[in-house]
Design a protein around this ligand. Structure first.
Ligand code: PEP
Ligand code: MG
Length: 897
């Protein structure tokens, strides 16, 4: 113990505040906790703060280092602080004439509401209760004393709350009382005697009468509560490290319950739900702070304006106590200007005198955060860059999709993964074709599937939302739904779906085809019935803030899109190009799929070429559409990637259709389909391996791309920028072979049309080998696009489609802190990205680097891409604004360092 004693000898543990001065200030949150630091700051600003002192978080750390004991230098500092407090308040601790009563509260660096212990009215004993009685009357004083005994015995001495409730109930019954209000001072005195007897009986020693003993008991209880189960769980959920510790603030009590000239309340300097600059809050006459929160009495609004909005008939504070209100408004304005942010205030009025008990930056909805940030920048309170930093990128989700109305009632029947945000109401449908057909007729449908496959695309697009029983955050359903901006709940494990009977069961409830459900993709909830919704408001403030973000960022933002609708949405949301067009999604159109199937199932190149010739004009027109929408922005088009069996016909009717289209017998087709079966298709015949084995497929696709580019350039006079991308490359050889196929197609088209256009050929980096071989690969690739979905799958050896089954447990155990398919595993997969970027740039210094896995829309992963020096991120259209803001945050935070 010699070491800590030395370390502690000179240390300041206790920081006083009050009387217009303080030892600390708002910048000392780490040491004084949020509450202690802000009380000090308010005292320094000359605001009416009841005096007190804060015991620092360093004491909490020392307390646990010393095995729940205090450094020897602490007690003298607490004594000195108490003397100063007595002087400042003009009262004496335990003084029977004029007692100093204090509250003892916790206060961590980050707010942890209700998680730790609080003791009020400390300092009351047999002598000082008399002093309180002179100030506030007998009844009030003895009621306060018995409340203190009850609270202290529970929080500090560990006695059960109901021990005291029973004593009180028994007493009231004996006296024939119904309500506490019938209890007079003499009754409370009798109850106090019984309370004390109960304590002595339980603990074998009397309830502490010495205020100093009471104080040390309360301090230890607050420090001890840092390690209670509730606090530990809360810290875990909110990423708060245990090392931070809590501070303890001891502050002289003020009473909001001394009668009609006293009150207590909370206020926000602006409306925390929509950001409107109105003074917002509520208060109760003749009450203590706890009463406002407890909801036993309904508080009244603070301002007339707010009362009118609510249609409240209660007198607002503005009218009930006009002078106090005017002072409170001044204080609120001072604090907001001082902190340059919306404040959440707690106050008490004791006999017409206002006291401030707390201020902190107020929590708010995304809509309020946006409005407040833009308004404050316009008011000149903060800079545009500061406004950009005020809005969390992940909060934008709330603004871009319709959402469930704030106070809507939710009858949740199952919870799964929040795979794609937004909310939707519709009728349950189990089949994609049916979803499409009903949507055509104008019905709102929700597609419920065990899992989805590329064949479901049409139905998914037609549906308002998608629910699956299986699959993780990068399962097919999740990726596609996010791409389309459809709300989606994945891996809702409790669902038992009987597609044939058209019913699903969950927790003993049955939902039939056609029943109405509501999906909340942001919360991962499925609810019965139509829950009330709110439409997104992308008004001027949104555009303004995004403009400011764009000025601040370096990283470019593109979108993953293949349909005209997605591409337009992406451009509307500010995408600067397409970073990934998955051409396979274009193959599933009802008109094309038979031809695609015929191509795959044909035995020879000749057969395949015949089918491909029919597909060429369709692909060409798709690309033309994209080039038209994107103008002179780059469009990265990836050649065919998924395992071929995904395209195979399953039903007999589908088989018949393909047989007709290809002139091959059904038996032959079935044999061929069986040949194509793979046990591990994700690691099988997919990606560039298709191009190597069937070069004619890539040749057709490349030709379609270049013909489309030439056509659109002739039609519009603008120069489309095609970037042809080869998927799942592991070796330089693969890329060399396939680049040649693409280049030859380009040269052929340019020769035929007499028009030459700039284009690029590059590769996805989605296998560890490719990352390691990046130096070689870069000699043929003009760009790398990191396919971090597959790169995560292959680096971690975890299937992206099935990860949901155990990854949650891995997260709970902290093996992976976050789902690595959502937030890039920076030290593993990220390391490969860094290696590839570095090696690629060595060979080709101007190589263009981007990312197009799902991580491209995840704020933490976007920050990583910024730091790693990538040129762009590409994400689903609805995430483009999130990525723009995240890129701005990354750049601004870097410049702050
Ligand atoms: C990837 O693997 O990250 C990628 C973007 O490709 P896909 O999701 O289509 O496999
Ligand atoms: Mg991939």
């Amino acid at each position: 113990m010699g070491e800590p004693a030395l370390k502690h000898a000179e240390q300041t543990w206790v920081y006083g505040f009050g009387g217009g001065t303080a030892d600390g200030d708002a910048s000392m949150k780490n040491l004084l906790g949020g509450k202690g630091a802000n009380l000090a700051e308010m005292a320094k600003l000359g605001l009416p703060v009841p005096p007190g002192f804060t015991i620092s978080t360093a004491v909490c750390t020392a307390y646990y280092e010393l095995g729940r004991d205090y450094p020897s230098t602490l007690a003298p500092q607490v004594d000195a602080a108490l003397i100063a407090l007595e002087k400042e308040s003009g009262k004496g601790f335990g003084d029977p004439e004029n007692p100093l009563l204090v509250s003892v509260r916790s206060g961590a660096r980050a707010s942890m509401p209700g998680m730790m212990d609080t003791v009020l009215n400390l300092g009351l004993n047999e002598a000082s209760v008399k002093g309180l009685a002179t100030l506030a009357g007998d009844r009030f004083a003895y009621d306060s004393y018995r409340r203190f005994i009850q609270m202290y015995s529970n929080v500090v001495l560990g006695l059960r709350h109901d021990t005291f409730e029973h004593i009180l109930d028994d007493y009231k019954e004996r006296q024939g009382f119904e309500l506490d209000t019938e209890m007079q001072a003499e009754d409370w005195k009798a109850v106090i005697v019984s309370y004390k007897e109960a304590v002595e009986k339980a603990l074998g020693k009397p309830f502490p009468d010495d205020p100093k003993e009471q104080l040390w008991g309360a301090i230890s209880a607050v420090f001890g509560s840092w390690m209670n189960d509730r606090a530990i769980t809360y810290r875990k959920l909110n990423d708060i490290p245990a090392e931070w510790g809590t501070a303890v603030t001891v502050q002289s009590m003020v009473f909001g319950n001394l009668g009609e000239t006293s009150a207590t309340g909370v206020a926000f300097t602006r409306d925390p739900s929509n950001g409107e600059p109105i003074f917002y809050g509520e208060y109760l006459i003749n009450a203590q702070g706890e009463d406002v929160v407890a909801g036993i009495r309904t508080p009244a609004p603070i301002s007339r304006e707010r009362a009118d909005t609510l249609g409240s008939s209660d007198a607002p504070l503005e009218e009930a106590m006009p002078e106090v209100y005017a002072q409170l408004r001044d204080v609120a304005n001072t604090l907001e200007r001082h902190y340059k942010d919306m404040q959440d205030l707690e106050f008490t009025v004791e006999n017409d005198r206002l006291y401030m008990l707390q201020t902190r930056n107020g929590k708010r909805t995304a809509a309020a955060a946006l409005k407040i940030a833009v308004d404050m920048a316009r008011e000149g309170l903060i800079t545009e860059n500061e406004a950009v930093l005020r809005l969390e990128p992940s909060q934008l989700d709330q603004l871009l999709h319709p959402t469930i109305a704030d106070n809507a009632k939710r009858d949740v029947i199952v919870t799964g993964l929040p795979a794609s945000p937004g909310a939707a109401v519709g009728k349950v449908v189990f089949d994609s074709e049916e979803a499409f057909a009903l949507a055509e007729k104008g019905e709102d449908v929700i597609l419920v599937r065990i899992e989805t496959s590329p064949e479901d695309i049409k139905g998914m697009h037609a549906a308002r939302a998608i629910v699956t029983a299986r699959g993780g955050m990068t399962s097919h359903a999740a990726v596609v739904a996010r791409g389309m901006g459809r709300p989606c709940v994945c891996g809702a494990g409790g669902l038992q779906i009987d597609t044939a009977k058209g019913v699903f069961r969950v927790m003993g409830r049955e939902v039939n085809k056609g029943d109405v459900i509501t999906v909340d993709g942001a919360a991962g909830q499925v609810m019965l019935g139509a829950v009330e919704m709110m439409q997104p408001d992308l008004s001027g403030d949104f555009g303004t803030l995004m403009e400011w973000a764009d000025k601040a960022r370096r990283l470019k933002v593109r979108a993953n899109a293949e349909t005209a609708l997605d591409a337009r949405t992406a451009v509307d949301f500010g995408a600067e190009g397409i970073g990934l067009c998955r051409t396979e999604h274009m193959f599933f159109d009802a008109e094309r799929i038979p031809e695609v199937r015929a191509m795959i199932l044909s035995n020879d190149e000749k057969g395949r070429r015949e089918s491909l010739a029919k597909l060429l004009p369709m692909q060409r027109s798709d690309f033309e559409e994209l080039f038209r929408i994107l103008g002179e922005m780059p469009v990265t088009i990836r050649l065919l990637d998924p395992p071929l069996h995904e395209f195979l016909p399953h039903s007999d009717a589908d088989m018949d259709e393909v047989a007709k289209a290809s002139g091959v017998s059904v038996e032959e087709l079935k044999r061929r389909a069986a040949d194509l079966h793979e046990s591990n298709p994700m690691l099988g015949h997919r990606g560039c391996r298709l191009g190597i084995t069937y070069p004619e497929i890539y040749e057709m696709q490349a030709r379609a791309i270049f013909e489309a580019a030439v056509n659109v350039s002739k039609e519009t006079g603008r120069q489309p920028i095609p970037e042809v991308m080869i998927p799942l490359v592991a070796t330089h050889k693969e890329l060399q072979i396939l680049k040649k196929v693409v280049d030859e197609a380009a040269q052929a088209v340019f020769a035929e049309t007499g028009t030459t256009l700039e284009y690029m050929v590059g590769t996805m980096i989605e296998l560890p080998r490719a990352a390691l071989q990046a130096a070689d690969i870069a000699s043929s690739a003009e760009f790398f696009s990191f396919g971090t979905n597959d790169l995560t799958q292959t680096t971690l050896g975890i299937s992206r489609d099935d990860a949901g089954r155990f990854l949650k447990i891995y997260e709970d155990k902290g093996i992976y802190e976050k789902d690595p398919f959502v937030t890039l595993d920076q030290v593993g997969v990220g390391e490969l990205v860094k290696i590839a970027a570095e090696r690629g740039r060595k060979t080709r210094p101007n190589i263009k680097l981007g990312i197009c896995g799902e991580h491209g829309g995840d704020p933490a992963s976007v920050a990583f891409c910024h730091r790693t020096g990538l040129d762009y991120v590409s994400c689903s259209p609805y995430r483009v604004p999130i990525a723009r803001l995240a890129a701005a945050h990354a750049a601004l935070k870097e410049s702050l360092k």
